[in-house]
Design a protein around this ligand. Structure first.
Ligand SMILES: Cc1cc2nc3c(=O)[nH]c(=O)nc-3n(C[C@H](O)[C@H](O)[C@H](O)COP(=O)(O)O)c2cc1C
Length: 168
């Protein structure tokens, strides 16, 4: 089975990948079949739309700021993301987001994201961390939230990489 549902949560098989591509502004230019099945929007509903079409309200804004700052600088990033489906369900992914470059000019031409199922160990750390960040955003804004994220990432460096590998 590619996808199972547990209550409101959708979980996809760890051997599969959810893939999408965007233009420079984050508008979707490509969605693979698993993405379409998971998010429940049709290909027509996705293509040309901003990627925040699947944004979940539990996601701190600071995560997306770090994501955009990183990829616009030409770097790649791993991120845990909770997404909302068309019917209000949710699914967690472990995304690897990278810029695509024009081979001649070396300028960024778009972005793509390849996502696998997140590890349970990773989510045990990420869920409370994101809750703390959301709280911080309410009172101290993005700055307070970003600080919590960067502090956690630097403290977790080894653990975080172990988490990435623990799924192999
Ligand atoms: C290649 C790529 C893939 C993305 N995938 C997602 C995604 O799966 N879920 C999501 O909420 N945001 C994703 N984003 C980030 C969105 O563009 C957006 O920044 C985010 O949803 C926050 O929405 P907002 O900018 O309206 O606050 C992706 C961005 C890029 C460039």
């Amino acid at each position: 089975m590619e996808i199972v549902e547990k209550g409101n949560e959708k979980i996809f098989n760890e051997n599969y990948f959810i893939v999408s591509k965007t233009d420079l502004k984050g508008r979707i230019t490509y969605a693979n079949d698993l993405f379409i099945k998971m998010c429940e929007f049709s290909e027509d509903e996705l293509i040309g739309k901003p990627h925040n079409i699947v944004r979940h309200e539990d996601m701190p804004r600071a995560v997306f700021k770090l994501l955009w700052d990183t990829i616009q600088a030409g770097d790649e990033i791993f991120a845990y993301v909770k997404n909302r489906t068309k019917t209000g369900k949710f699914y967690w992914v472990h995304a690897y987001v990278t810029p695509e470059f024009d081979s001649k000019s070396k300028k960024i031409t778009g972005y793509h994201s390849v996502r696998r199922a997140p590890s349970k160990e990773g989510l045990k750390i990420i869920i409370p961390l994101y809750q703390k960040m959301l709280e911080a955003e309410k009172s101290g804004g993005m700055e307070a939230s970003t600080k919590i994220l960067l502090d956690a990432l630097s403290k977790l460096k080894v653990t975080y990489e172990e988490l990435l590998l623990s799924h192999e």
